[in-house]
Design a protein around this ligand. Structure first.
Ligand code: ZN
Length: 443
């Protein structure tokens, strides 16, 4: 058996692991690199394997850094199966279509600008510039991967053939997220068990269930995004969020929340729903200005079986956790532009790291105002605008212009969809507690 780390090594994006069992070749995740332009350029590099040789992709979840290069893989000859849960399939389609649309729009804008300004480049130079600006994939490329999806429930063992068996387990990270267990049998009849954690959530997180604990493995490949950190207490985080909202409402300031469209946006809506239901907050207009988050929320609503007990209980009492008085869903860009004149409101808009999307317009309009609050609720990759604002840089560039950062900046660590050092140790600690494993370890 060969295992190769093809991404997310010494960095947190671009997840992709290649496994060759001798009989079957598969990858776990096929994610895109995100962050600085150097990182993103790595998405155009060839895969360190031949996509046409790959029999399966096991997709742990729908975040772009885990699914973002699937269209490229298919374009380059992959014709196997993409194995995942139902919510992962549906969310991955939304994520990839959104990314394709953004890239196509960006490319068209760039071409129009070049045509307008004229160019002094030679035809050869021009060709290479055009090639470097071409989208990584288009909407048509994304649609081409749809037939390859094959969905499975959690906790059900599936025999691929005599040499490979797998089982998806709940990773508790985002809805539909999975860890994957593999049983790999060699010709001599010896079975080895390999486990990939995928991204692991925090036990006790909203909406999703706690990560399943797995008892046995010969090899475990575990994520470690927050392996060196302990998250802040969740209740403290909630109190901090509530107090920021109350202060902003009183002072008629604007609260901007760069939204990660999947899971985090729904989690924040869930908490705000509880604030409103518990009458801790009232009369504060909250705008969800992210078409992708709205689409993702609609998918969440389709899969209540994947919710944890608390979320199911709310539903059974007739309280939709993603709907409450004061919440406005902004769909078209005209409505989004009209938010400019609003004061004393909360605006959640993408992208989560401020690398594009409607949040840029809202930042441009509000970042110089000292009554503005910007709340970061998720990881900001180094090099992104979100990271620069979070780090308190005095001047930040938005749409090519410098703006003075006068806003109150808040980083709410307790919302992370990733387990921290304690959570990862707890998850890893569940391995090897059986008699068989103790016995094996002495051999
Ligand atoms: Zn993730």
């Amino acid at each position: 058996m060969k295992l190769k780390f093809c991404g997310a090594a010494k960095t947190v994006t671009g997840s992709c692991y290649y496994v060759d069992t001798g009989e079957v070749k598969f990858v776990v995740d096929c994610g895109a690199y995100q962050g600085s332009s150097t990182q993103e350029a790595m998405n155009y590099e060839p895969f360190p394997f031949n996509p046409a040789d790959i029999d399966f992709v096991f997709l742990t979840h729908a975040h772009f850094d885990h699914c973002g290069r699937l269209p490229v893989l298919v374009k380059q000859g992959f014709h196997g199966r993409i194995v995942c849960t139902q919510p992962t399939r549906d969310l991955a389609k939304v994520v990839l279509l959104d990314a394709a649309n953004l890239q196509e729009e960006e490319y068209e804008r760039w071409v129009a600008k070049v045509n307008e300004g004229g160019t002094t480049a030679t035809p050869e130079e021009e060709e290479s510039i055009y090639a470097s600006k071409k989208p990584l994939f288009t909407v048509a490329d994304v649609e081409a991967i749809f037939p390859y999806f094959e969905v499975y429930p959690y906790s059900t063992s599936v025999n691929i053939n005599d040499h490979l068996e797998f089982r998806l387990r709940d990773a508790g990270h985002i809805i539909g997220s999975a860890s994957v267990e593999f049983w790999i049998k060699n010709d001599a009849g010896r079975t080895r068990k390999l486990v990939f954690s995928g991204d692991l959530g925090q036990p006790g997180a909203r909406i999703v269930k706690d990560p399943d604990l797995i008892r046995e493995a010969d090899y475990v490949v575990c994520e470690s995004t927050y392996g060196n950190r302990v998250h802040r207490d969740r209740n403290e985080t909630l109190l901090e969020l509530l107090s920021i909202l109350q202060v902003a409402q009183k002072e008629e300031g604007v609260v901007l929340i760069p939204a990660f469209a999947i899971e985090r946006a729904q989690e924040i809506l869930y908490e705000m729903n509880l604030f409103v239901e518990q009458r801790l907050l009232s009369g504060l207009p909250i705008y969800l200005d992210s078409p992708m988050a709205s689409k993702a929320t609609a998918i969440f609503k389709q899969y209540p079986d994947f919710y944890d007990e608390d979320a199911k209980r709310l539903l059974s009492k007739g309280d939709d956790p993603f709907e409450f008085p004061g919440l406005h869903i902004v769909e078209d860009s005209e409505e989004s532009k009209r938010l400019i004149s609003k004061r004393g409101v909360v605006i959640m808009a993408g992208s989560g790291m401020c690398t594009g999307g409607r949040i840029l317009h809202h930042l441009k309009n509000n970042i110089e105002n000292s009554k503005t609050h910007i709340i970061f609720v998720g990881y900001q990759v180094s090099g992104t605008l979100g990271r620069k604002i979070m780090d308190g840089e005095r001047m930040v560039k938005i749409f090519g212009r410098e703006y003075e950062n006068n806003a109150h900046i808040h980083t709410l660590g307790g919302f992370s969809a990733h387990g921290d050092e304690r959570d990862l140790s707890y998850w890893l600690g569940s391995f090897g507690h059986t008699q068989t494993d103790i016995h094996n370890s002495w051999r």
